[in-house]
Write a new protein. Sequence first.
Length: 378
Amino acid sequence: MLTKIGLSLGSRLSAWSICALLLSTPVFASMEELIGQWKSPNIPIGQGIGNIKITFDFKADRTCNFRIEYVLNHPAGNRGERNNYNCEFSLPAANKIDYKFKRSFVTMTDVESVKEANKNKTCGFNDWKLGIPKDVTGANCDQGSFGDNGELKDIYELANDGQWIYFGMDILPKPVDDDSEVPTDEEGRPTQIFKAAGFGKNGVSPPPLELPEIHPDTLSGLYSVVDYRLNSKSCDQAPAPTADAPKFIRFYAGDIVIPGLEGWMAKECKSEQQCSIPAGWDFNAKWFISRLVEPDRRWLGDQIRSSLVGDVCHYEKQMINLTRISSRSLEINAKRYSATLPVDQNGTEKCSTRRPELDQLFKSAPCIGFDHVELQSK
């Protein structure tokens, strides 16, 4: 689904630069000034091989529509999807806006998206058809939520003589491990206007998009495994070398494999052929994700897996610390933590790895294993 690439509405604020220039002194909208259609620029994802476009329609009867369109042109296959949300809005005070989301619809706009949605039973359905909207109101689509009870509180600001609008919500895709929080007040409403991306009114070009700085890729490539040690019983020093260790590990820039995923993916392989570039979206191998902390020096990552045993969800989290120890060598140290929770009866994914209580749970979870890997670039 679209939100898997990282869109977050009203819940997070990016640390990226917000240097868009305004063409006039900011003014705040009245109901009349807000009515109309507001469109974002095309927001590139995955090294520009895809894009997202977002549209708001505000009407005089206080109804609204929020639309996200996603298009991808990728060697692994094209994708296309449109998400529509019907809503009502109110303006409780100057520069404040409240939404109540009533219904949501998803349309697959590419043949491969239809196949994938039917295969994965997206939103619980396996009868998706090309270009036909499906009402997914109340379905578990892994799309996140719009605040409590389908409500969202936001702020806005007009510029360029009322032809541009900015919101408090961040509409840009997120890095995979971005855990920054949107500054909010006691109502849960953002307290800062997000000016990295704005909307243009009724066909007016939107303000320039401020994209994040992209660090150079100094990690991708094929590496030989020099030392591979696993301790599956404790977090003490790793034991003797593992007999069944992989021979190679390949790192990919994440958005090459899964567009919109910023960071790196690593695949463990027994041969160089197994470590070739993936031909599709299904990976029958061990993967983990890492993100850049310091250029050329250190990367961090984590991975959470789950399993269901009776009425208990068993979770394992692996915290990865990857360091470049020379121009051609890498060292990986990872610790594994274990935790359990009762089955979540509210969703179809009974042991989802996205349950919000997991963050707090893993802060005190016992450490059950330690991995140490040394790599040499090929």
